[in-house]
Write a protein that binds this ligand. Structure first.
Ligand code: CO
Length: 234
């Protein structure tokens, strides 16, 4: 039984051929810019950043921050959630912090997040509803303040912002991050949000370098979001 691309239906074959063709062009460009690029990467990776972001195809980590292969360790899931019982995400964090000695962890949300919207709209989308339940909890916790925002304020945008800070708080509670800080390892956690409309990344002003400051910085960040009628950032 033939299992190669050539045995696939025409449309699927065309999609895959496109991917391979792009890959060959990309690899050639990299080699042209630096003949030893892949040689060096094959030897080791020394990224300074761990990026935890949304799976949304419009929010590609490396491209947004202009860093090439080898410079960002990446974990993405629907709505950039950090659950302390998610062994996938926790393993990525642990490996990044303990083995790669990452210096910065970026939690990046984005406005117009489909995961946040689906949770807020109560859409029935099967299993993903379970995954998104922390967003519903977030809305329940802050619902009163969100409903008190002036008319016209997109509460979805506010929830995207609140979600980033809530996930930063979770991250700071995770064992690998707490252990790193306890040992005096240099590690900073940042909460950012990305605008799909203009491609601009914004600082949500939650930048944390110790367990001691995590609670207050996140609390202040949440208060600032709820007190700001528009998006916290431009
Ligand atoms: Co999203």
């Amino acid at each position: 039984m033939a299992t190669g691309i050539s045995a696939m239906p025409k449309d699927a074959r065309r999609d895959l051929v496109k991917i391979f063709s792009h890959n060959r062009e990309w690899a050639a460009r990299q080699r042209e810019a630096d003949p030893h690029f892949f040689e060096k990467l094959a030897h080791a990776q020394v990224p300074e950043f761990l990026w935890i972001g949304c799976s949304d195809s419009r929010v590609p980590a490396n491209e947004i921050i202009g860093l090439p292969a080898g410079e960002v360790f990446v974990h993405r899931n629907v709505a950039n959630l950090i659950s302390l019982t998610d062994f996938n995400c926790l393993s990525v964090i642990q490996y990044a912090v303990e083995i790669l000695h990452i210096r910065h962890i970026i939690v990046c949300g984005h406005y117009g997040c489909g995961g946040v919207k689906a949770a807020l709209d109560g859409l029935d989308i099967g299993l993903v509803n379970n995954w998104l339940s922390p967003i519903n909890e977030l809305y329940e916790i802050h619902g009163e303040a969100l409903r008190a925002l002036p008319p016209g304020v997109a509460s979805g945008d506010k929830v995207c912002e609140l979600n980033v800070i809530t996930q930063v708080r979770n991250l700071c509670r995770s064992a690998p991050v707490r252990d790193a800080w306890r040992k005096g390892q240099q590690l900073a956690v940042h909460g950012l949000i990305y605008g799909l409309q203009d491609g601009i990344l914004h600082d949500l002003n939650v930048n944390i370098v110790s367990s001691a400051m995590a609670g207050i910085v996140c609390r202040m960040g949440i208060e600032r979001i709820l007190a700001t009628p528009e998006r916290v950032v431009g």
